[in-house]
Write a protein that binds this ligand. Structure first.
Ligand code: GLN
Length: 484
C-alpha cells in the first residue's frame, strides 16, 4: 500500500480494495516500526487519525469527496493544528497547543486528508540539516549517518521512507526543495502569495511559503490544488484564480526553452551533482526542449542578502515569544526583566539566538541603511535578473543543492558552510518565484535533485515539466533500502 502514489491510493479507496482506516493503520504501523531510527515525527496522533479516517470512509462510501479524501498525510510542525501540539521544533513551544488550524491545515482537512502527525524540523525553520531541532536530528533513510536536509527534513524523510504518502513543508530559503533533493522526493515551493501563511508560524514573513512534499509531480499537483488560493486572513495572499494543475500535467513540452544560468554551473558544485544535472538536461533535450545559456549576474549576492533580510524579519517575528502569553516560561522569575531574559534564554536554541542577534543588529538605528536597506536593494536586482531571464526562456534549471546529503555533525560548527547549502535556492525566495526539486539521479548512492524555477504563478508549468520527466525516468520511484 505504502508504495502507491496518491492517485493510485485514491483509486484503490474508491474501488474498495481497502478502507481509509486500514490505510491509516498501515502507515501508523510503519511509523511505529521505522521512525525510532529516523526521528521524522515529533507528534503522532493515532487516535485522531483513525477517527478522521472513519469519517473519510463514510464520505467515500457515499460517493463523496475528492482526490485526497481518506489519504494519510503529515504536517510540518510549523503549521498550527487545533488540539494537537505545534512545537516548531523548539523548546519554546514544547507545550503549545494551538486553539485553531492554519489555513493549509484547514483546507487539507476539508479535502478529507487524514493527519498522521507532525513532523520534525529545524527550530523555527532555521537550518539546512534538521540538526537545530529541540527534538534531535532526523536521519536520512538513504544513509542514516547523513542529514535529510532542512528545515522540512522530517517531512522529507516521512515521504521518502514511505511513512506518509505526502507531507507539507515550508520554504523560506530552500527548506522544501533542499530536503526534497537530499531525500530523493519531489518538493514544490509555490509563488509567494499562492498559499496562505495564516497559522503558519512566521520565520521571515516576506519569504516564507508553504508547499507540498510528495513522491511525484502528479501528487504535488493534487496537494497544491487543495492548499492554494486566496485567504483574506493573510494580507500577502494573492487573490487570483487557482488553475486546474492536474489537467496541465500532460501538456507537450517540445519547444520548451530551458535557461541554464552560467553562474549555477560555475565552481562549487560537487562533480557527481553536476553529472546528474547534465544527464537530466540531456533527457529534456530528448523530450524536445531547447537549452539556452543565460546569466543571473546578481545571484552570488543572494546568500549575503538573505542573511540580512531573514534574520531581521525573524528578530521581529520572534519577539512575541516572551514567556508571558504562550510558550515556555522560566521557573520563579525575580521580576519582569528576569522573566523575559530567562524564558527566551532557555526557550531558544543557539541558531535561533544567533539569528535574533544578527537581525536586531541589522535593524538598529544607524545600521539599517547599511544592512537592511542595502539587502532590499540587492533583492530588487535579483528579481530583475529573473525578469530579464524569463523574457527569453520558459523555465530555468540547475541543481537544487551543491552536494548530496552530508554527514550528521559535519557542518554544525561552521554556519557559513551550512548557509551555502542553499546557494541555488535562496534567490528564488528573494524574488518570490516558484521552484520545484525533483529526483534526477544518484551520486555516491545518495539522491540528487534537479531544480526547475518558473515565472510568477507558473506552478502549473513546473508541474507539467516535472511530470513529463517523471514519465520518462524512474528516479522518483526509487526507495531507500529497507523502506520499500
Ligand atoms: N536554510 C535556510 C535557513 O537556515 C532556509 C531555511 C528555510 O527555508 N526555512 O534559513
Amino acid at each position: 500500500m505504502h508504495d502507491k502514489s496518491i492517485r493510485e491510493l485514491a483509486d484503490s479507496l474508491r474501488a474498495g480494495e481497502f478502507s481509509s482506516e486500514e490505510l491509516t493503520r498501515h502507515f501508523l504501523d510503519r511509523i511505529e516500526r521505522h521512525d525510532g531510527g529516523l526521528n521524522s515525527f515529533i507528534t503522532v496522533c493515532a487516535e485522531e487519525a483513525l477517527e478522521a479516517a472513519r469519517v473519510a470512509d463514510q464520505r467515500l462510501r457515499a460517493g463523496e469527496g475528492g482526490a485526497l479524501t481518506g489519504i494519510p498525510m503529515a504536517h510540518k510542525d510549523i503549521f498550527c493544528t487545533a488540539g494537537v501540539r505545534t512545537s516548531c521544533g523548539s523548546r519554546m513551544l514544547d507545550n503549545f497547543v494551538a486553539p485553531y488550524d492554519a489555513t493549509v491545515t484547514e483546507r487539507l482537512k476539508a479535502a478529507g486528508a487524514v493527519m498522521l502527525g507532525k513532523t520534525n524540523m529545524d527550530e523555527f525553520a532555521m537550518g539546512s540539516s534538521n540538526e537545530t531541532s529541540y527534538y534531535g536530528p532526523v536521519r536520512n533513510p538513504w544513509n542514516t549517518h547523513t542529514v535529510p536536509g532542512g528545515s522540512s527534513g522530517g517531512s522529507a524523510v516521512a515521504v521518502a521512507a514511505r511513512l506518509a504518502p505526502f507531507a507539507t513543508g515550508t520554504d523560506t530559503g530552500g527548506s522544501i526543495r533542499q530536503p526534497a533533493s537530499l531525500c530523493g522526493i519531489t518538493g514544490l515551493k509555490p509563488t509567494y502569495g499562492r498559499v496562505s501563511r495564516w497559522g503558519m508560524i512566521a520565520f521571515a514573513s516576506s519569504l516564507d511559503q508553504g508547499g507540498p512534499m510528495t513522491r511525484t509531480a502528479e501528487d504535488a499537483a493534487l496537494v497544491l490544488q487543495a492548499m492554494a488560493g486566496f485567504d483574506p486572513r493573510d494580507s500577502t495572499c494573492v487573490d487570483r484564480e487557482v488553475p486546474d494543475y492536474h489537467s496541465a500535467l500532460e501538456n507537450d513540452i517540445s519547444g520548451l526553452t530551458i535557461g541554464l544560468p552560467k553562474e549555477f554551473f560555475a565552481e562549487g558544485m560537487d562533480e557527481g551533482v553536476a553529472r546528474v544535472v547534465e544527464a537530466a538536461i540531456g533527457e529534456y533535450r530528448r523530450l524536445g526542449a531547447e537549452v539556452k545559456e543565460i546569466s543571473l549576474p546578481n545571484s552570488g549576492l543572494s546568500v549575503p542578502a538573505y542573511y540580512v533580510v531573514a534574520p531581521a524579519e525573524c528578530s521581529s517575528n520572534l519577539s512575541r515569544f516572551d514567556g508571558v502569553r504562550f510558550g515556555h516560561r522560566c521557573e520563579e522569575p525575580k521580576d519582569l526583566e528576569d522573566l523575559y531574559k530567562r524564558s527566551r534564554g532557555e526557550g531558544f536554541g543557539a541558531e535561533v539566538k544567533r539569528r535574533i542577534m544578527i537581525g536586531t543588529y541589522a535593524l538598529s538605528a544607524g545600521y539599517y541603511d547599511a544592512y537592511y536597506l542595502k539587502a532590499q536593494q540587492i533583492r530588487r536586482l535579483i528579481s530583475d535578473d529573473f525578469r530579464r531571464a524569463f523574457q527569453e526562456v520558459d523555465v530555468i534549471m540547475g541543481p537544487t543543492s551543491p552536494g548530496v546529503a552530508f554527514r550528521l555533525g559535519e557542518k554544525s560548527d561552521d554556519p557559513v558552510s551550512m548557509y551555502l547549502s542553499d546557494i541555488y535556492t535562496i534567490a528564488v525566495n528573494l524574488a518570490g518565484l516558484p521552484g520545484i526539486s525533483i529526483p534526477a539521479g544518484f551520486s555516491d548512492g545518495l539522491p540528487v535533485g534537479l531544480q526547475i524555477i518558473g515565472d510568477y504563478f507558473q506552478e502549473g508549468r513546473l508541474l507539467n515539466v516535472a511530470h513529463r520527466f517523471q514519465q520518462a525516468t524512474d528516479w522518483h520511484r526509487q526507495a531507500p533500502e529497507g523502506y520499500a
